[in-house]
Design a protein around this ligand. Structure first.
Ligand SMILES: Cc1ncc(COP(=O)(O)O)c(C=O)c1O
Length: 452
């Protein structure tokens, strides 16, 4: 019988998160106040984030303890299995061994609850009673709704309009867990109203939804904001994925030659890859590939500079690869990958040569997703299918070269709420958007002048 699942016993779940910062040659650049050009103070950030998360954001400790109540809730689905994709290998006729972490088994269907649970817990501990957030594909919103419900917090979600319309059942799921959901841009906030005045049919973007959720949190005493990606503490919480995977590879005496993940803001990729980046920083030979859509090519075509994290310029300035804060990507179906920037720690890792970036086109992504579903069974989220595209390409390269490579990727979520986009693919209604060079250039012209 084939040994398809490598299962880590529950009592070997990681009890600490791994922080990449102490392993970087150069520490990440500080977040800057756009008015003064000076680093933002913890007091300024404290308006929207609880103290414990800000401490993690700035921490240079290599290991940070995971609180018991967080471990307890995560153990509903963790450790997630490391799967061997024998059927896909056979379908491709490749000598490569393909493994994946199955993060689709969480209650919300993706990796996002790994940080949602931690964030809701720390907010609860500091007396916060309500959290706001944005959501693109709806995965992050579902995750925060789940976590807020568990810890008894109210949850208010600004959902990018295009996804709100394409994915009505994501919204229903958030309602089941007790959250309130509105399409963004919305008339509820100054940021939303300003956009709607200019463009009443605006499809929305993560940048706009972030502006709305931050504004809502900043104006209420009882409310703080939770971000589903990009920030250091979010990436930190996701490292359980890679840490578990390393233990699982140890159980079979293996180690990947190539590690692959898709990147929106960067959290599932970082959570999977950073524990391997630490090994690479100590000289281990491993290729680590971050995959993004050609329609929103932040890492491969963006500039590495200071920019706002949101469209309405409410966040501090963050040094990262960016397409410009007012870049609104075309409405590609991987809603979770439509962000103009990327996690600053990923930008640092690219700069230091720890990871490489690739962009893939939408139709090739759906082809890969369908090939995976027809061999391994599970229907991937379009975001996950970006990683699968790169995995298949590497596995075919290994076949050409006759090499028995070990390829490992993160299956970051299932596509059960994305069937409308699969339907459109089958109906021939999905186009391959070219890199929108003019729109990016226009948006990059509006970069803030500070830093660089
Ligand atoms: C399934 C899935 N994968 C990936 C992403 C992209 O986010 P990140 O890059 O932070 O992992 C999302 C975002 O919503 C998602 O829903």
């Amino acid at each position: 019988m084939l040994h398809r699942k490598i299962l880590l016993p529950e009592d070997q779940m990681p009890t600490q998160w791994l922080n990449l910062i102490p392993y970087l040659k150069k520490p990440p650049a500080p977040y800057l106040d756009p008015m003064t050009g000076q680093p933002v103070s913890p007091e300024q950030m404290g308006v929207i984030f609880p103290r414990a998360l800000l401490e993690q954001e700035m921490s240079t400790e290599p290991w940070i303890d995971i609180p018991e109540p967080v471990l307890d809730f995560l153990s509903l689905w963790r450790p997630s299995p490391l799967m061997r994709a024998y059927n896909l290998e056979k379908a491709l006729g490749t000598p490569a061994k393909i493994y994946y972490k199955n993060e689709s088994l969480s209650p919300a269907g993706s990796h996002k609850p790994n940080t949602a649970v931690a964030q809701a817990y720390y907010n609860k501990m500091e007396g916060v009673t309500r959290m706001t957030t944005e959501t693109g594909a709806g995965q992050w919103g579902s995750a925060l709704a789940l976590a807020c419900n568990h810890f008894g917090l109210e949850c208010m979600i600004y959902m990018v309009r295009v996804s709100y319309e394409q994915k009505p059942y994501r919204k229903s799921m958030m309602h089941v867990w007790g959250a309130e959901v509105v399409p963004s841009p919305s008339p509820r906030t100054q940021a939303g109203r300003a956009i709607l005045e200019k463009d009443p049919d605006c499809p929305g973007s993560l940048g706009i939804a972030i502006s709305e959720a931050v504004e809502d949190a900043a104006l209420r005493e009882d409310t703080k904001y939770g971000l589903g990606s990009v920030l250091n503490h979010v990436l930190l919480h996701q490292t359980v994925i890679g840490l578990e995977a390393k233990k699982q590879f140890e159980m079979i005496g293996g180690y990947p030659d190539i590690v692959i993940g898709c990147v929106g803001g960067g959290s599932n990729f970082a959570g999977t890859a950073f524990p391997f980046c630490v090994d690479k920083s100590h000289g281990r030979d491993v290729r680590i590939i971050a995959v993004e859509p050609t329609a929103c090519p932040t890492m491969t075509k963006g500039q590495l500079t200071y920019d706002f994290g949101d469209t309405a310029k409410m966040t501090p300035l963050i040094r990262m690869h960016t397409l410009g804060h007012d870049f609104i990507p075309p409405s590609i179906h991987a809603g979770g990958l439509r962000y103009h920037g990327v996690a600053p720690l990923i930008s640092c890792a690219i700069e230091e040569g720890l990871i490489e970036a690739q962009a893939v086109g939408q139709t090739a992504v759906f082809e890969a997703g369908i090939q995976f579903a027809r061999s391994e069974g599970s229907v991937p989220a379009p975001e996950a299918a970006h990683a699968i595209r790169a995995v298949i390409d590497e596995a075919l390269k290994a076949k050409e070269e006759g090499k028995e490579k070990t390829i490992f990727f993160n299956y970051c979520g299932h596509g059960h709420f994305d069937m409308a986009s699969y339907d459109r693919y089958f109906a021939g209604g999905l186009e391959d958007y070219e890199y929108p060079a003019e729109k990016v250039a226009e948006s990059l012209a509006h970069l803030p002048k500070v830093g660089g």
